[in-house]
Design a protein around this ligand. Structure first.
Ligand code: C2E
Ligand code: MG
Ligand code: MG
Ligand code: MG
Length: 281
C-alpha cells in the first residue's frame, strides 16, 4: 500500500510532466504516421558568394505538412523526433531526398550546380550507419560527393566519441562537413583542433549584433579570420539587410545566407534564384 501511495503521490505532484510526456508521445506517433504518408517536404535556402550574390550552395530545411493542420517548423518537431528515435528514419528520408534534388541540379548545371547542405542531428551523428547511408544515397542518385555538405553542431560532436569518427568517415567519403551555429557552443575552438570540418557557419547571433560597435565587429572579424587561417570557409548566417551584407564583405566574409538574399523555397524555385543573383555592390 505504501508503494502505491508513493506512486500516486509522484503522479499527483507532476501533472505538467505527465501532460508534456503525453503530448510528446502523441506528437511522436503523428510524426511516424506523417513520415509513412509522405507529409514531409524539403525547402532550400541559397548560400551566396559575396559580393556577386552568386548562389554556390543551398541548405535543405525540413517542414512537416500534417494532413489536418498548418505547416510545422523543425524547431517544434526535430527535438521530438530525436527523443523518440524517429530522426533516424526521417533523417534517412531527408538525406535521400536532398541527394535526389542535388543530382537533378548537378545534371542540369554541372560544376556550377549548388552544393546541397544537409543538417544532421546529434542522434544521427552517433549512428554508425550514417556514413554508409550517405554513400548509398550518393551512389543511387549518381551524385559526386563534393556536391554535398553535412551540417553538424558542436553539441552533437561532444555528445560522444563515436561522433568524431563518424565525421572522419564522412570526410573520407569526400563530402564536406560544416559546423553549424559556430560560436554558440561552449568549446568551439577546442573542437577545431580535432574535428576535420570544411566550413564554419557563423551563428546568426554574431551577425545580428553587427551594428557598427567595435566589439561586435571585432568578434565577427575574428571568426572569419579563424576560418581562413585554418583553410575553412566561413558562412555568415541570418543576413537580413543590405547593410549587414556589405559590412560582412568588408570584414572579410566571402559567403552568406539569409532572408536578404532569399527565403527557403521549394526545389523547383531554385533555378530561378540561380539565374537572378542578388549582388551587394
Ligand atoms: P539551422 O540549421 O541553423 O538553419 C537556419 C535557420 O535559420 C532556418 O530555420 C532558416 O529558415 C532560418 N533563417 C535563415 N535565414 C534567416 C534570416 O535571415 N533571418 C531569420 N530570422 N532566420 C533565418 P528553420 O528552417 O526553421 O530551421 C530551424 C532549425 O531546425 C535549423 O537551424 C536546424 O537546426 C533544424 N533543422 C532544419 N531542417 C533540418 C533537417 O533537415 N534535419 C535536422 N536534423 N535539423 C533540421
Ligand atoms: Mg543548418
Ligand atoms: Mg545554422
Ligand atoms: Mg541556427
Amino acid at each position: 500500500a505504501a508503494k502505491l501511495t508513493g506512486t500516486n503521490r509522484h503522479r499527483e505532484h507532476s501533472p505538467e510532466l505527465d501532460a508534456t510526456a503525453q503530448h510528446h508521445a502523441e506528437l511522436a506517433a503523428a510524426l511516424r504516421r506523417g513520415l509513412d504518408h509522405g507529409e514531409f517536404r524539403l525547402l532550400y535556402q541559397p548560400i551566396v558568394e559575396l559580393p556577386s550574390g552568386a548562389v554556390i550552395g543551398v541548405e535543405a530545411l525540413v517542414r512537416w505538412h500534417p494532413a489536418d493542420g498548418p505547416v510545422v517548423s523543425p524547431a517544434e518537431f526535430i527535438p521530438v523526433a530525436e527523443h523518440s528515435g524517429l530522426i533516424i528514419d526521417l533523417g534517412a528520408w531527408i538525406i535521400d531526398t536532398a541527394c535526389a534534388d542535388a543530382a537533378v541540379w548537378q545534371h542540369r548545371h554541372g560544376a556550377n550546380s549548388p552544393r546541397v547542405n544537409i543538417n544532421v542531428s546529434a542522434r544521427q551523428l552517433l549512428d554508425p550507419d550514417l556514413p554508409g547511408l550517405v554513400a548509398d544515397a550518393l551512389h543511387r542518385h549518381g551524385l559526386t560527393p563534393d556536391r554535398i555538405t553535412i551540417e553538424i553542431t558542436e553539441t552533437a560532436v561532444f555528445a560522444g566519441g563515436a561522433a568524431l569518427s563518424t565525421v572522419r568517415e564522412l570526410r573520407d567519403l569526400g563530402v564536406g562537413v560544416a559546423l553549424d551555429d559556430f560560436g554558440t557552443g561552449h568549446s568551439s575552438l577546442t573542437l577545431l583542433r580535432t574535428c576535420p570540418v570544411t566550413t564554419l557557419k557563423v551563428d546568426k547571433s554574431f551577425i545580428d549584433d553587427l551594428n557598427g560597435t567595435a566589439e561586435q565587429e571585432a568578434i565577427a572579424t575574428s571568426l572569419s579570420t579563424i576560418a581562413s587561417t585554418l583553410g575553412l570557409r566561413a558562412v555568415a548566417e541570418g543576413v537580413e539587410t543590405l547593410d549587414q551584407a556589405t559590412r560582412l564583405h568588408d570584414l572579410g566574409y566571402r559567403y552568406a545566407q539569409g532572408y536578404y538574399f532569399a527565403r527557403p523555397a521549394p526545389a523547383d524555385q531554385i533555378d530561378a534564384v540561380l539565374n537572378a543573383p542578388v549582388p551587394v555592390r
